[in-house]
Each structure stands twice: as structure tokens, then as C-alpha cells.
Design a protein around this ligand. Structure first.
Ligand code: NAP
Length: 247
């Protein structure tokens, strides 16, 4: 199996894209720490599915925007699995509004989870990777971080920031055989996009050459690929998985 013997953390893996990534990694042989903030029951279900394919799973509640909680999560993975090879920074939130209406707390919340959260997790997780001289860090950004989107200035800023951090980390850790890449999904059907008005969805759909909205299972195989040996010479890249929407 492609990720046999590896241990991974997938942040925000109780549902949506993170859940799909966690399950795909387990099917390829990795042990996985399932992270969540609120939805404990859903996180437990993901862990049950991981165990059902014969891999180890740890469920860990941590708000990634808090450095102490991110640190404890990494320590729990290393203690449970004896190693940590793969970090997927997937946890993310939106607080959409036009700029004049974005409240300070909505700006801060989105930047804290999406950008600082990834930084907190990288800072903690890179230690065991540096020791092992092997690691894979994959940051889930968004096409919106490249193109911008009205009503998403805070979200787009956080995702663009994540791309800058990805490239900086790739340069810092490359000599230790740690790759750092970003995956930029387009419009993916999850709870995050579920609340958008139908007219927004059909406008987006009309801009997608492949003629359909994406699913979490469209994203997971790309993340699995980047996490394994076949992607050893890829670092600092942003892979768009968007049905051609933002080319
Ligand atoms: P989602 O369905 O809303 O799921 C979000 C996940 O993040 C949940 O597991 C949630 O945990 C977790 N989470 C939220 N805040 C957290 C925090 N502070 N600490 C730890 N975990 C936290 O979102 P999604 O659509 O799967 O999106 C996943 C990632 O893909 C996000 O980074 C998002 O920005 C990105 N993305 C999504 C799309 C899209 O169209 N859906 C497009 C581009 C990029 P709980 O279940 O406990 O709340």
C-alpha cells in the first residue's frame, strides 16, 4: 500500500474534505489522528471507519488556532503511533461578508483558524519530521486564495497567506527531505458550501469546464499522492483541483 507504515494527522477530519482525506490515507495503510473541535460523534465515526480497514485511529479534540492545543495534538499522535510522517492542514472556516460589513472578530476568527492554525500545527509537527529526516506537509488552501472572491476577503487572505507559508516552509525544510505543498480545491460540496444560495451555485457551475461541482473524494487522492514516495520531488507547489474553474 502507498502509505504503508506512515502516521498522519488530518486537522478538521470529522467531516467534509478532511474526513475523505483521513479515510483515503487509512485505506492506503496509514494510521491517522482524527482532529475536530465540536463534532465529537462524527469524529468517532471516522475513527471507526479507519479501524474497520485495519489501521489505528486516534480521535483528538483540538482547536488548531490555539498553539497549546496544536502542540498537545502532535504529542498525542507521536505517543500513539510512535512517529509522525504526514500533516494535512485542512481545518478551515468561513465568515463571509462584504468588506465594509466584516466585523473585526470575523476577520480574526478566519485568520486564526485557517492561517495561524496551520502555522501552529506545522511548528509542532515539524520537530519529529526533522528528527526523522522525512516528512510531508500538505496545506488545504483554495482557488479563492489565488483568484479572490467578493464577500470572502478574510477567507481569501487566509488562503493566500497559506500559499506564502507553504512556499517558505518548502524552502526551510527541503534539505531535511520534508516536502510542503498546497492543494487548492475549487467548489466542493460540503457543509461549508451547503448554505450558499442556489443562484451562486449555478453561477459557479457555469464556470466549471468539467460541468459539475466537486466532491471531497475528488480532493483526497491528490493529497494521498503528495503524502507518499511518488511525490518525493514535488515541493512548494499549489495543485488546483477545481474542475478547471480557475485556470
Ligand atoms: P467543513 O465541511 O465545514 O469541515 C470543516 C472541518 O474543520 C470540520 O472537521 C471542523 O470540525 C474542522 N474545524 C473547524 N474549525 C476548527 C478548529 N478551530 N480546529 C480544528 N478543527 C476545526 O469544511 P470543508 O468544506 O470540508 O473544508 C475543508 C478545508 O477545505 C477548509 O480548509 C476549506 O477552507 C477548504 N476548502 C473547501 C472548499 C469547499 O468548496 N468546500 C473549497 C476550497 C477549500 P468540527 O466538525 O468539529 O466542527
Amino acid at each position: 500500500m502507498y502509505l504503508s507504515g506512515r502516521a498522519a494527522i488530518v486537522t478538521g477530519s470529522s467531516r467534509g474534505i478532511g474526513r475523505s482525506i483521513a479515510l483515503a490515507m487509512a485505506r492506503e495503510g496509514a494510521d491517522v489522528l482524527v482532529n475536530y473541535t465540536g463534532r465529537e460523534a462524527e469524529a468517532n465515526l471516522v475513527a471507526d471507519e479507519i479501524k474497520a480497514v485495519g489501521r489505528r485511529a486516534v480521535v483528538f479534540r483540538a482547536d488548531v488556532s490555539r498553539p497549546d492545543e496544536a502542540g498537545r495534538m502532535v504529542a498525542a499522535a507521536v505517543e500513539s503511533f510512535g512517529r509522525l510522517d504526514i500533516l494535512v492542514n485542512n481545518a478551515g472556516i468561513t465568515r463571509d461578508n462584504l468588506i465594509p460589513r466584516i466585523r473585526e472578530e470575523d476577520w480574526d476568527a478566519v485568520l486564526s483558524v485557517n492561517l495561524k492554525g496551520a502555522f501552529n500545527c506545522i511548528k509542532a509537527a515539524v520537530r519529529p519530521m526533522l528528527k526523522a529526516r522525512w516528512g510531508r506537509i500538505i496545506n488545504i488552501t483554495s482557488v479563492v486564495g489565488i483568484t479572490g472572491n467578493p464577500g470572502q476577503a478574510n477567507y481569501a487572505a487566509s488562503k493566500a497567506g497559506l500559499i506564502g507559508m507553504t512556499k517558505s516552509a518548502a524552502r526551510e525544510f527541503g534539505s531535511r527531505n520534508i516536502t510542503v505543498n498546497a492543494v487548492a480545491p475549487g467548489f466542493i460540496v460540503t457543509e461549508m458550501t451547503g448554505g450558499l444560495p442556489e443562484e451562486t451555485k449555478s453561477r459557479m457551475l457555469s464556470e466549471i469546464p468539467l460541468g459539475r461541482l466537486g466532491t471531497p473524494d475528488d480532493i483526497a487522492p491528490v493529497v494521498v499522492f503528495l503524502a507518499g514516495e511518488a511525490a518525493a520531488y514535488i515541493t512548494g507547489q499549489v495543485i488546483m483541483v477545481d474542475g478547471g474553474m480557475a485556470m
